[in-house]
Write a protein of this length. Structure first.
Length: 83
């Protein structure tokens, strides 16, 4: 018999907009990390609307030793807006 296939999990979040949201998201990703999550992604809003929150959240998750990246959305954006 062969071993059961392994499953990989990833989760995507919206960056928090309030200090309370930041605390709640932190508790959420810490709990989900216990599932041996392969990586987390954090949404980057169109036009850069959540740019700072996205980057801060990715850095926090990475600092805790987990894989994380920004999920870039390029709708309604231009090259100059991302510079």
């Amino acid at each position: 018999m062969s071993a059961a296939p392994s499953l990989d999990f990833s989760f995507e979040f919206f960056p928090p907009k309030t200090p309370q949201g930041k605390d709640k998201l932190r508790a959420t990703w810490q709990q989900l990390a216990q599932l041996k999550t392969r990586f987390f992604s954090v949404t980057f809003g169109a036009g850069g609307s959540t740019r700072e929150g996205t980057l801060d959240t990715v850095r926090e998750i990475r600092a805790a030793g987990h894989e994380a990246s920004a999920h870039l959305s390029c709708v309604a954006s231009s090259r100059s807006a991302s510079a």
